[in-house]
Design a protein around this ligand. Structure first.
Ligand code: PRP
Ligand code: URA
Length: 209
């Protein structure tokens, strides 16, 4: 079973409060999401393997560590996932970015795929699927399905807010995927919105409502 990791750093929790607040402007919302994405990238990369190399400082030669192992890839789910990409890239500038376009049909709540563009070497990379919201889990499961069909096997999920229903669905469909969230909320309402949540992440990021 994949793990659920709640990133409970005080800075993340503080900023998430203002992300939730409906009085927060589009500009501030975007900035805060970007900042929290950077802080969550710090947590999600905590277990990256290191290797020892030798460097020459101005005064001595020393053995020191650099990240080793597989290259990383980010896969934002369009459109709201885009709001977290730059924040993650601040810490992992060498990561390649693939895109999976999905929207949730408002009637059926089923994900509809409309775009996929992935790095050619995607199956060799350790991937972080990025989306602010994990509600029913349908979009996340569909995005991970797309990646697994392309041969990817090292996948983590990064969400700002998750509902228990979505976490359970992803854990059942993809038990190999660990999920990193800033908050695990109470439940979904009848329209599939996370309660208390933050509303519609895409609309709040891009000012479309
Ligand atoms: C939102 C969100 C997730 C999805 C979560 O996207 O960004 O992708 O809903 O819901 P689920 O877990 O029930 O699938 P939305 O469909 O609103 O599209 P958008 O990002 O283009 O606004
Ligand atoms: N998508 C969102 O943007 N918000 C929710 O609460 C659920 C799905």
């Amino acid at each position: 079973m994949g793990k659920l990791i709640v990133c409970d750093h005080p800075l993340i929790q503080h900023k998430l409060t203002f992300i939730r607040d409906m009085r927060t402007s589009t500009k501030e919302f975007r900035e805060l999401v970007d900042e929290v994405a950077t802080l969550m990238a710090y947590e999600i990369t905590r277990n990256l393997p290191l290797q020892t190399i030798t460097v020459q400082t101005p005064v001595a030669e020393t053995e020191t560590q650099v990240i080793s192992g597989r290259m990383l890839g980010l896969v934002p789910i369009l459109r709201a996932g885009l709001g977290m990409v730059d924040g993650v890239l601040k810490l992992i500038p060498g990561a390649k970015v693939g895109h999976v376009g999905l929207f949730r049909d408002p009637e059926t709540l089923q994900p509809v795929e409309y775009y996929t563009k992935l790095p050619t070497d995607v199956q060799e990379r350790e991937l972080i699927v990025i989306d602010p919201m994990l509600a029913t889990g349908g979009s996340a499961i569909a995005a991970i399905d797309v990646l697994k069909k392309r041969g990817c096997s090292q996948i983590k999920m990064m969400n700002l807010i998750a509902a228990p229903e979505g976490v359970k669905a992803v854990q059942e469909a993809h038990p190999d995927v660990d999920i990193y969230v800033a908050a695990l909320d109470s439940h979904l309402n009848d329209h599939g919105y996370i309660i208390p949540g933050l509303g519609d992440a895409g609309d709040r990021l891009y000012g479309t409502k």
